[in-house]
Design a protein around this ligand. Structure first.
Ligand SMILES: [Zn+2]
Length: 412
């Protein structure tokens, strides 16, 4: 079998709709994208529905599919976030997303983000990491700013438990006791253990020196942990093992890096990969070329188009796309002969909606002896005429795996 390699460049939230401020073009049509268009003219294009037409997906689900899993493999947001911040997540673990928060003496949530705490979270987290309740070990680690993740490890646990977080915009209401969401013993036990943890954490954090200092400076103390989104880590085989390949993922966003680790891809990041329009595209492109020399598949991710879609900033979104175009241009220049360069997005984030939608996204594959189509530009309207047609996310990724020579023959 002829084995080849793939670099997959993902523009987060790239897909959009014609916008009145952009002469009724989409941001991708409006943007100056000479590199994307050159690849379109030399490659094969199409449209992709990540799961199915009209179904919006989150960045975590979108990437789970782009890394080669099926939608039903989704392990929940908690496990993905925990992996993304470098926690050791094991099969069977219950993982929750958390906020450092401020509650008053009556359990009223004064601030769900503890004054958007930035400093001292590592020290505070250390004070409650490693606690044990009824044989269940609790691991706790801070993420960016007020965010954190929590793992419960032990036997007889379930992810069918409610959130203690009253959720935005509910500052001023009491935190919720965790309740079982079904009648199983596992759910009851998990809810009880979480409530014990929350009470103990509150006692420890209320006395913590970081919070004493915060109070002295007139800042809100991080004296409570709000939990949400419990998920149980499933037994998933890394895609890299399944295909017998080696992979790397270059990204600034922890969600993407978390999915990458699940799939067996080596996560590669740098402080200059900001997840915004100022992200270091030159470094990303350089590393993509370096990594593909050692690996079979490299995923390189750019977040900014999604952010600008959420903010309904069509001109800014076009600018973010131009940065993506520059990155792809550098990668294309350094692309070895046996490597395909593929373009995709994890979902559409149309400016006029400000949220993810199920509009299909443009896809493209360029590389050795590819069946070229007649499409000359990479955008939502032209790629609809492309030779790949309209594929699901799984079909698109399988197409790439097929070109890599990694899909098993059916029959004899
Ligand atoms: Zn996304």
């Amino acid at each position: 079998m002829l084995h080849r390699k793939v670099i997959l460049a993902i523009a987060d939230g790239l897909g959009d709709r014609p916008h009145p401020l952009l002469e009724h073009k989409t941001p991708l049509e409006y943007a100056e994208t000479p590199n994307l268009d050159r690849l379109a003219s030399m490659g094969i294009t199409g449209m992709m529905d990540l799961i199915g037409s009209g179904i919006p997906v989150g960045t975590d689900m979108g990437h789970l599919i782009l890394f080669g899993y099926e939608p039903h493999h989704y392990p929940g947001r908690g496990p993905i976030e925990a992996l993304g911040i470098g926690m050791d997540v094991q099969s069977g673990d219950i993982v929750l997303r958390c906020n450092f928060a401020t509650v008053d003496e009556n359990g009223i949530v004064v601030d769900r983000r503890a004054g958007r705490i930035r400093e001292g979270t590592v020290e505070i987290a250390d004070a409650i990491n490693g606690l044990e309740f009824e044989g269940v070990k609790v691991y706790f680690k801070p993420a960016t700013e007020h965010r954190a993740a929590l793992i419960l490890r032990g036997i007889g646990l379930s992810d069918k438990v409610s959130d203690s977080d009253p959720k935005a915009p509910n500052d001023g209401s009491p935190y919720h006791l965790v309740r079982p969401l079904d009648s199983s013993e596992e759910s009851k036990r998990t809810a009880a253990i979480l409530n014990l943890f929350l009470a103990k954490a509150h006692r420890i954090l209320s006395r913590h020196s970081v919070n004493a200092e915060r109070l002295e400076k007139g800042k809100l103390p991080a004296n409570f942990i709000l939990t949400r989104g419990a998920g149980q880590m499933a037994q998933l085989e890394p895609i890299t093992d399944e295909l017998n390949i080696k992979g790397s993922c270059i990204a600034g966003e922890s969600t993407v890096l978390g999915v990458a680790q699940l799939a067996g891809f080596e996560p590669i990041t740098d402080n200059s990969m900001t997840g915004n329009i100022d992200t270091n595209i030159e470094l990303k492109a350089k590393m993509a070329i370096e990594e593909i020399a050692k690996k079979d598949m490299v995923v390189v991710h750019v977040k900014a188009p999604d952010l600008k879609g959420h903010d309904n900033e069509p001109f800014e979104k076009a600018k973010a796309i131009e940065r993506f175009d520059q990155m792809v241009g550098i990668i294309a220049q350094g692309l070895p002969e046996d490597v395909y360069l593929a373009l995709a997005a994890d979902h559409s984030t149309p400016c006029e909606v400000g949220e993810h939608t199920g509009d299909p996204v443009p896809i493209l594959i360029y590389g050795p002896s590819i069946r070229r189509d007649r499409v000359m530009q990479y955008n939502e309207l032209d790629c609809a005429y492309g030779g790949l047609g309209r594929l699901s996310g799984n079909e698109f990724i399988r197409t790439l795996h097929g070109l890599m020579g990694r899909v098993k023959k059916q029959g004899n």
